[in-house]
Design a protein. Sequence first.
Length: 229
Amino acid sequence: MEFSTKIRLFWTHLMEHDSNSDTSIAGGIPIHIVDDDPAVLDALSIVFDSEGYSVIAHENGDAFLEIASESPACVLLDVHMPGRSGLEILKMLQARNYPAPIIVISGQGDIPMAVSAMQQGAVDFIEKPFDANRLLSKVKRALEQYAPDAAAAPNATAPFAGEELLTPRERDVLHQIASGASNKEAGNRLGISPRTVEVHRARIMDKLGARNAADLVRIVFSKPANEDH
C-alpha cells in the first residue's frame, strides 16, 4: 500500500503546528482510533498526540469493543477491517446508545457506504487519503457539538416525546429543522451535505411517527407526558 504521501501530509501538519503554536489545545481529551493499518494508526496517533489528545489505538473493532464502555470523547473508526467491519461496530454501538461521536474513515468510500454509516449513527465520514488538518477540524467540531453541556445551550430543542430514540446527530438535524432551516442551510451549519440531512430527516420522521413536516414540528414542540400538569 502506498502511504508516503499521507505520511508527508501528517509531518507537514506537525511542522506547521510546531511553528504556529507552543501549547497543546486538547487537554488530554481521549480519542480512540480503530484501524487495521499500522501506518495509519501510527500517523494518526502522532497527529492527535501533537495536539494534546490522549490517544488509544486499536488494530481491530473487537479490541475497541472490549473497552468501549469507557466512553471516549471521540472515536475514529475504519470501515474495512478483518473480523467485524466498521459498519458492524457502528450498529453494535448504536444499539447501546453509545454517547461518543464517531467519525468513519475509509479508503474505499462510496455514497451508499457513507449513507449507511450515517444511518448507523456516525457523525461524519471521511475518505483516505485525507488531510490531517481537515480531520482535526472534524474532530474538534464533533467534540464541540457533543460536549456534555451542549444540551443546556440557549437555543437547544426542548425535550419532547421520543427524543431518546434519536442519535446525537439526528437531534442536531432536528434542531435545525425545528429552527426553520432548509436542508442546505442545515447541512452548511452541521458540516454535512443536504443529501445527508435528507437521510437523517427521513429516519427522524420514521422514528417519531411523523407523517409530514408539519406533524414533525407538532411532535417536537409538544410537552412530554410527564410534564403535563
